[in-house]
Design a protein around this ligand. Sequence first.
Ligand code: XUL
Length: 542
Amino acid sequence: MSDYFLGLDSSTQSLTGLIIDFGLGKIIRNYNINFDKELPHYNAQNGVIISDDDKVVHSYPLMWVEALEKLFEQLVRDDIQIEEIKAISGSGQQHGTVYLNQTFEEILQNLNPNESLVKQLEGIFSRATSPIWMDSSTFKQCQEIRESLGGMKATINITGSNTFERFSGPQIRKFFQEKPDAYEKTLIIHLVSSFMASILLGKNAPIDHGDGAGMNLMNIKTKQWDKRALEATAPNLINKLPPLVNSYDVIGKISPFFVKKYGFSADTQLISWSGDNPNSLIGVGLIQKGKVALSLGTSDTYFGYIKNLSLDLNGEGHVFGAPTGDYMSLICYKNGSFARENIKNSFNLDWNQFSEVLKKTPPGNHGKIILPYFQPEIVPLVLKSGIHRFGVEENDLHGNVRAIIESQFLSMRLHSEWIGESPKEIYATGGGSINRDILQVAADIFNSKIRQFDVPDSAALGAALRAAKSYYDLKASKVSWQDITETFLDIQKSTLIEPNRKYKALYDDMVNLYRACEDHILREGENPESIQKQFIEKYFSS
Ligand code: XUL
């Protein structure tokens, strides 16, 4: 007999399912349902639907459910011992909101196992699409909420973040303002995480403190819905939100529908779902202060565990709840993998060729810099897309390849200064982290060691590990976070990438050059030409 745990990750482009065997200390299966490839009838591109001006970005919640159905069908086809799965938890792309009508719970409670899940759920939405984290169309609502709360600092002190275009509160306000009738008919608003958890639970699931913190609605200190924030957002909102719980809470058992249809045990415990970044925090083993993670995916994020609340009063960073019950700090970039792919594809390269070019070009890249706003950016706030090149022509293959990678990490280094600690070791995760050459550039720019694990999907792994931890806590068997993360994240098997210390001074100067380029484009700062010239003379004159 084995103790299996299932971690699911409903992300922007796909649904991942990862099964761990706790006794063996191993991942035994890994499934991935890519939305574009396997559910092409939704006509989404990279899992999303984008408006012409790039600002409105939505997705189909029904597509996420259909992916879940497909994933479970695969488990059955593969003869997985589904009845041995003791607990399930999950991860969702953060901030996205799902709007349900009055039929939702009734339909969930009366699902017929002889019919398809997705067919039965077609009528549950009061809004067919969900705004997701890539949406940047709520500038006005952000301003309004921020002002009602007493300005940026007050907003950060209350909710843990400034108002952000993609956060759920501003998105809910926009829906209320633009579609008041549909808002009225909305019985409950879920996050992606709590929506997916509700499907498995057969009734409305709560929102956890990790994902709840990304809404501009939860009080970051009391971890309750904040009355002022709710009132600043939309009327009667308190009655449309599920309750908040700890990320480690057991929220119930799997609904009978899944027991009958796929053979889950009726005792399968469900653990609260959380956002993908809080899940990744566990999935890379960040349960102590001092280490940070770099996640290179559809979004690039840079985050760390913090024991005590510490806020970014400049307004670029966020504080979310950590799955351990503590906190985490985070900054998020929208121009992550799409920006890298854009440059790669524009020169018709594959990833090996891209890496070869990267290795051949010198650190510092002759002072060439790109501000890569292929889409509106979150950090720094850029609402209009546009690529700004400094000293690099559009057709310069070598210059562009190194500039996109260096610029991404220079920006990350610059904008993560508020976190306070310069990292001694960075844990890398996400699809992009399998590329060692990209990580070498990050190691040099941060002047830090980087550890690369062999599981890039840390959000799904984090969810599986959270399921195990809460399950054993429920059974009163003492298993610590440390035992769990050490078993599944074998440091011995990871690859360590050492920084080239000789580039420290060069990158210290290059961050300043990058800042000058940003100031010029975004804050009417001087043309950075002279700083760029000095940089080139200092490092590339011979
Ligand atoms: C974090 C954020 C993104 C999404 C991606 O604040 O917006 O990392 O969670 O799924």
